[in-house]
Design a protein around this ligand. Structure first.
Ligand code: FDA
Length: 326
């Protein structure tokens, strides 16, 4: 077993530990590494980063950080942040895209927001499903008005049924709403088949949470194989696949599957996280590929940051070296 396979579960468990959060967020040097992955804590910083990213020819998906809320007021606060953000983002959206609920649109939308239903109240002990649905509905309506897309992130497997059901309900009013599927879940091949019909927008990622072997493939080789199977289904389907991976093998496979299926550059897109494989992002843009950057901002960066450490031991090593040198 690779050392990273041993470290990953521990880091992902720490990502959900309030005690670890209190410790890690107090270490001054953490901030330097967080800045690599997160645009900043304020909306102004997110908008400034958006200007740079769109200016480079890439598209954007902005996430207001936060997850696992069990407080109604906090969930409403998250909605307010998205509404303010979307109003600021409308300056970047393409003319002619506003107020159209039709899908597919005449062209790809350059601006998108991503949201986590657990930040919108999905885990509330009473009416969680209903509150998250209503909150997400408000954000989707504001995004339509701003001319932006919305995609719903995937969280741990206990939320998948609820998330897909909320997405299904929202898509009745907002047909362009996208959602994320995680290739490491054993159910996802079937979900890809169900959700690859006309008008669907599926972001396929490998999956970033600590999941048991009963529901998820374990180890890189099995997850990569599952990703390729799911990718093929989406590329052969009638929707708009969003290939969220930094893995050169997945990116190359996406290009090959798309070509084999006769998809033009407008009929799928590649996606990467802010701060990861930047040079490769620019190379793909130079090749006229659609490439969207997922850009998180906000104060609740801890869980997101720990998942990035878990993905790559080199990030953890860098973090520990920085700590040692302080
Ligand atoms: P893999 O982990 O095999 O990495 C391939 C290569 O990419 C590495 O060798 C390295 O070069 C580089 N790399 C990957 N991660 C890195 C890191 N943290 N730091 C530096 N380099 C790194 N997950 C989820 O569960 N729910 C979700 O909603 C989303 N949403 C999402 C959106 C987008 C746009 C992306 C790109 C990813 C997600 N993810 C996600 C995260 C995803 O599940 C997965 O954990 C990461 O993308 C890492 O997997 P890769 O496919 O990049 O491959």
């Amino acid at each position: 077993m690779a050392p990273s396979d041993l470290l990953r579960p521990a880091l992902l468990a720490a990502a959900r530990s309030p005690r670890m959060e209190r410790t890690v967020t107090k270490i001054p040097v953490t901030r330097n590494l967080v800045d690599r992955f997160v645009a900043g804590e304020t909306e102004n910083q997110a908008v400034a980063a958006t200007t740079d990213i769109l200016g480079s020819g890439r598209y954007i998906s902005i996430d207001y950080l936060g997850e696992d809320t069990t407080d109604v007021a906090q969930a409403s606060g998250t909605v307010s942040h998205y509404l303010t953000l979307l109003s600021a983002l409308s300056q970047f959206t393409q003319d002619g895209e506003k107020n159209t609920a039709s899908f597919p649109p005449s062209s790809v939308r350059n601006v998108e927001v991503s949201l986590k239903l657990s930040a919108l109240g999905q885990f509330l002990p009473r009416d969680g499903h209903k509150v998250a649905l209503e909150n997400a509905h408000k954000i989707c309506a504001a995004a339509e008005e701003a001319g932006a897309w919305v995609t719903v992130d995937a969280e741990d497997h206990t939320t998948t049924d609820s998330t897909l059901s909320i997405v299904g309900e929202l898509r009745e009013d907002f047909p362009s709403l996208g959602t994320v599927l995680q290739a490491y879940l054993k159910r996802t091949e079937a979900d890809c088949k169900d959700l690859s019909g006309p008008g669907s927008r599926i972001r396929l990622c490998k999956g970033a949470y600590k999941e048991p072997a009963s529901v998820a493939y374990q180890g890189k080789a099995a997850v990569d194989d599952a990703y390729l199977r799911c990718l093929r289904i989406l590329m052969n389907g009638q929707g708009y696949p969003m290939v969220a991976s930094h893995d050169p093998v997945m990116v190359e496979a996406a290009l090959q599957f798309a070509e084999a299926k006769g998809r033009t550059a407008d009929e799928f897109e590649l996606q990467m996280l802010h701060g990861i494989r930047d040079t490769e992002q620019h190379r793909l843009i130079a090749e006229q590929r659609h490439l969207r950057v997922y850009l998180p901002y906000g104060q609740e960066w801890y869980g997101y940051f720990m998942r990035r450490l878990a993905e790559r031991p080199a990030n953890l090593a860098f973090f520990l070296r920085s700590l040692a040198s302080t």
